[in-house]
Design a protein around this ligand. Structure first.
Ligand SMILES: [Zn+2]
Length: 459
């Protein structure tokens, strides 16, 4: 009897362990099956079969960007619309990680716990996805980039709706290039550069340094300076593109005086510069509709005095994503509050993750925002020329020409906002190795804003 009991004890333990394991497995299955079903190594869903009966993806006006028919995925008829929307919609694969056909494959395909992907038609719940973008503005942005690598991001700084998010190089989802992995022309083609790439922001960062200056001392706006084209900070010079002569704050921003803002960053010091940069989105990702962007970075811990100066004009090791730059321009236009963008209008129908987003953030005081807003408007009217943008909108902007070294042409930037109640847009454009912000990035912004105003006012 005693022998039997001592033998049955291990059996009991093993039985209990088996049931505990089973419960653990089932719980895990229930919790994670939707995610497991959409991982890249799930062959059923990662090939085009996963989309064979998937829901419809539409733009803001209900224009179809992708749908399924007879087991095939059908994209928009216009090839340039397909290319322009590639990084938002995705293709039949799941190579573009942030595209909605990858992120929301489970919802689109109608996966269910009971049936997996094989639900009978009668109970299948393929969800549709309604986007905030306008396909016409997407196409205008894609065409304005004229084959250059780069990104365009435009959104409504009151509602948060993304009107345009384009990344190049792109390709046609009907015709994925066979040499995409090896041909330099397609380098990074799976990446949505608007949200998943970061670049030196160059002179557009003077808005962050300027904000840090104004937030810490409102009198800095009266600070005057004689620019001779260079100034010594620490053990080396900060160099300007051209001497801008006698300037105050607003002039220094307009003429983009490196010495003025380099000195300002150095005078403010590492802590205040870092604090303002982080308020304006640096060192943390933006999250919208569950999509996580790359973090923009501002790190001057190990910087020398001279490097701290260069960081204030967006060089040194400073890196920023186009989406972050657009949000901080939005905060300047919107009395200091940076509204978080959104891409999907029916996110509540999809999954809790689809509604996940970064809180709207106060990035600077109303007074500082309004001062910078006025200066950006003046920079367009008195320096770039309003004619470079569309006459139908009131635009405030700041360009950047960011040195990248290696004998390559600088990256060209422009960021800003429109000061129009019926068309409140914040934007950023980057053209990789485009050279000057004024000559390469402004024409792209202008084409996109012109189309945006046209569609927003006529619809
Ligand atoms: Zn200067």
């Amino acid at each position: 009897m005693r022998k039997t009991r001592s033998r049955s004890f291990p059996v009991l333990i093993m039985t209990l362990a088996f049931f505990a394991g089973l419960v653990y497995f089932i719980c895990n299955l229930i919790n994670n099956a939707p995610q497991w079903s959409s991982v890249p190594w799930n062959g059923h869903i990662s090939d085009s079969d996963g989309l064979s009966n998937a829901g419809v993806i539409t733009d803001v006006n209900g224009v179809v960007l992708a749908r399924s028919e007879d087991g095939k995925r059908i994209y928009n008829d216009d090839e340039n619309v397909r290319r322009a929307c590639l990084h938002i919609v995705g293709d039949n694969s799941i190579n573009i990680a942030s595209a909605v056909q990858t992120m929301y494959r489970t919802e689109l395909s109608g996966y269910s716990f009971l049936w997996g992907l094989g639900s009978p038609e009668i109970v299948k719940q393929s969800k549709d996805i309604h986007l905030t973008i306008d396909y016409r503005v997407q196409k205008a942005a894609y065409e304005a980039l004229e084959g250059h690598r780069g990104a365009v991001f435009v959104y409504n700084y009151k509602s948060g709706d993304i009107l345009c998010m384009v990344s190049t190089p792109a390709y046609d989802p009907y015709n994925v290039p066979e040499d995409i992995e090896t041909n330099d022309e397609y380098e990074g083609a799976y990446i949505n550069r608007a949200i998943s790439a970061s670049y030196p922001p160059g002179s557009t960062f003077k808005l962050v340094t300027g904000a840090a200056g104004l937030e810490n001392d409102p009198n800095v706006i009266n600070y005057e300076y004689d620019c001779t084209g260079r100034d010594k900070i620490g053990d080396n010079y900060i160099i300007c593109y051209a001497p801008s002569g006698h300037v105050d704050f607003a002039d220094a921003l307009m003429y983009s005086c490196n010495a003025y803002f380099g000195k300002m960053a150095f005078t403010l010091g590492k802590d205040k510069m870092t604090e303002q940069a982080e308020k304006m989105g640096f060192n943390s990702p933006v999250v919208f509709n569950g999509i996580r962007t790359i973090s923009s970075s501002y790190d001057v811990k190990d910087a020398t005095d001279n490097q701290l100066g260069w960081s204030g004009v967006g060089q040194y090791t400073v890196l920023e994503s186009p989406i972050n730059m657009a949000i901080r321009s939005a905060s300047i236009a919107n009395s200091g509050v940076g509204i978080t963008p959104q891409l999907i209008t029916n996110s509540a129908d999809l999954s809790p993750a689809a509604s996940e987003k970064t809180e709207d953030r106060r990035m600077l005081s109303t007074m500082t925002a309004d001062s910078l807003k006025k200066m950006m408007l003046r920079t367009v009217t008195n320096f770039y020329g309003s004619y470079r943008f569309t006459e139908s909108l009131t635009v405030g902007a700041k360009t950047g020409t960011a040195e990248v070294g290696d004998g390559k042409a600088p990256h060209a930037w422009v960021t800003g906002f429109t000061e129009d109640d019926d068309c409140p847009l914040a934007f950023s454009v980057v053209v990789e190795n485009g050279d000057s912000g004024i000559s390469a990035a402004i024409p792209v912004a202008s084409a996109v804003l012109t189309k945006a105003a046209e569609v927003m006012r006529n619809d």
